[in-house]
Design a protein around this ligand. Structure first.
Ligand SMILES: [Zn+2]
Length: 232
């Protein structure tokens, strides 16, 4: 009897789910953690700590807005393998996986902006082969189709982001080096690798709390996610 009730409930939920649009799933991945501290700022603060703090800030802003299903890969200091991070994004059916990192800017101009790595068509053969190898697609044709859809969705979000950011905030979208990151190459969902160049110098370095200028950049990224994905 109880089993029957449960089956009815599941059937009802499935029907209700059909009538109501599902919230888009945003997976926020704080890079590094555990035995992998990432980079260090001049003042000795590890990237792992900063990436978690930025990720938590994005999570809080998205959750406060509502209309999104927001998940974190890690919410504590412990580290995760890329495989685990990707498995979590796949299991959640992520509409977007944002892998959050902090870096030392390579040029002065980008020191206060955002650097986003993405895979490009240049990495196509490799991504398609890996997608099949990982069992995310049955064959190369399916993998190619899935990759086209993924890249289109990533580009659409990047267009929204570019429009949403203030004109004077440098946005570097680097598809050339996107192929260097396993988390992008092996992703079965739209995925972007976001570097906040907050480790750049002693002034901007990590010590808590983040500066107002840094918080503004984090919020601008979160607001672009809301503008692109949140349902009213
Ligand atoms: Zn990193």
């Amino acid at each position: 009897m109880r089993l029957h009730s449960l089956v009815c409930l599941i059937a009802w939920l499935a029907m209700a789910g059909g009538a109501v649009a599902q919230s888009r799933v945003i997976v926020i991945d704080a890079g590094h953690g555990g035995e992998d501290p990432g980079y260090y700022s001049w003042t000795g603060h590890p990237e792992a700590e900063l990436s978690l703090r930025i990720a938590q800030r994005i999570e809080a802003r998205l959750t406060a807005h509502g209309g999104l299903d927001v998940r974190m890969t890690r919410s504590g200091e412990g580290g995760l393998s890329d495989e685990t991070r990707l498995a979590m994004a796949n299991a959640a059916g992520a509409d977007l996986l944002l892998s959050i990192h902090a870096d030392v800017a390579s040029t002065r101009a980008s020191a206060r902006g955002l650097i986003i790595y993405a895979v490009s068509d240049l990495a196509r053969m490799q991504v398609v082969a890996r997608t099949v190898e990982l069992g995310l697609a049955a064959n190369r044709r399916d993998a190619g189709r899935a990759l086209d859809e993924r890249l289109a969705r990533e580009r659409a979000f990047l267009t929204t982001l570019d429009t949403a950011l203030p004109e004077d905030l440098p946005l570097v979208i680097d598809t050339g080096r996107g192929g260097l990151f396993d988390i992008l190459m092996d992703a079965g969902t739209p995925a972007l690798f976001v570097e906040f160049p907050f480790l750049s110098n002693t002034e901007d370095a990590v010590p808590p709390p983040l500066t107002d200028a840094q918080i503004a950049v984090v919020n601008q990224l979160a607001d672009a996610v809301i503008a692109h994905y949140a349902q009213d």
